[in-house]
Write a protein that binds this ligand. Structure first.
Ligand code: NAD
Length: 291
């Protein structure tokens, strides 16, 4: 089994590292937060006192960090200057395409293989080991990463070259953000026009308006399978994280002069929703904006 270093054991990283330990990978963990480290120790990680120490003997380094600035700082500093030759680097954080490409270029200058491998699925899939990984980088590195990614996920997809994993992630979430808004406003309008939400669901979920946001993650309480709407929008995928991903999509769109009017509108609506104190609520809570 490859020796792993895992850096960033927050909401997502803790579940992912636990699955690696359960599959008998030796995992050395590091996080700036003591509570995250105590938790990692409780499920069997060896704890490092610094990122530098964590990566020193690792054959594969996995990072799961909040944003691009954390990834850039950690790779430019502790990681790339302290790993052994032939170490494979896998960043699973959701970050902007430009930073993902930049860090991979720095790694390449040191003859190190790197993959951007953001995930879809949220904390429940991280704990269950059922994440989807969208992977950008060389085929050889992708093949080398498969065992370790399979220990944390159920769909491992090679999206293309460096940055393609992040591109797939932000385009998927731009589609999700916009389709959730369209689903929410349709339910609200249907009700105002006199339709019972369950009746509208029964019709639209079997008609051309069907969306994942409707049939798998319905924003209306008591309609469709169990979802955050049935739990006062607690749990699930926070509106703040949806806004983060939409802003990354807007940055990506600007970088290639792409026209994304629906994505832009979705980003503006989620920004307002977060400003109104809903950042921590699941993103489907945006239904409350449309009265
Ligand atoms: P989190 O804030 O819970 O965890 C991040 C961890 O990184 C924290 O424990 C923090 O202390 C640690 N950290 C930050 N800088 C560090 C450094 N320099 N060295 C060591 N540790 C450091 O965030 P999360 O919810 O686990 O999300 C992680 C990433 O996954 C983000 O990029 C997020 O966008 C993405 N993501 C999250 C979800 C979700 O549902 N939470 C779903 C898909 C993708």
């Amino acid at each position: 089994m490859n020796k792993l270093a895992f850096i960033g054991l927050g909401n997502m990283g803790s579940g992912m590292a636990k699955n690696l330990v359960e599959r008998e990978f030796p995992v050395v963990a590091y996080d700036l937060n003591e509570t995250a480290l105590d938790n990692a120790k409780s499920f069997g990680c060896q704890i490092a006192s610094s990122a530098q120490q964590a990566v020193k003997d690792a054959e594969i380094v996995i990072t799961m960090l909040p944003a691009g600035k954390h990834v850039k700082a950690l790779y430019e500093g502790d990681i790339l200057n302290n790993v052994s030759p032939h170490t494979l680097l896998i960043d699973c954080s959701t970050i902007d395409v430009a930073t993902a490409k930049y860090v991979a270029t720095l790694a390449k200058e040191k003859q190190l293989a790197m993959l951007d491998a953001p995930v879809s699925g949220g904390t429940s899939a991280a704990s269950a080991g059922t994440l989807t990984f969208m992977v950008g980088g060389d085929t050889e590195a992708f093949n080398q990463a498969k065992d370790v990614l399979n220990a944390m996920g159920k769909n491992i997809i090679h999206a293309g070259e460096h940055g393609a994993g992040q591109g797939a992630k932000i385009c998927n979430n731009m589609l999700l953000g916009a389709s959730m808004i369209a689903t929410c406003e349709s339910f609200q309008l249907a009700q105002k026009l006199g339709l019972d939400p369950q009746v509208f669901y029964d019709i639209a979920s079997n008609a051309s308006g069907q969306t994942w946001s409707m049939t798998r993650y319905c924003p209306v309480q008591g309609v469709g399978p169990d979802s955050p709407a049935d739990h006062e929008f607690n749990g699930g995928f926070a509106s703040a994280l949806m806004l983060k991903d939409l802003n990354l999509a807007m940055k990506g769109a600007r970088s290639v002069s792409a026209d994304v009017p629906m994505g832009e509108r979705a980003a503006a609506l989620f920004a307002e929703h977060c400003d109104n104190g809903n950042s921590a609520l699941d993103f489907s809570s945006i239904i409350n904006k449309f009265t």
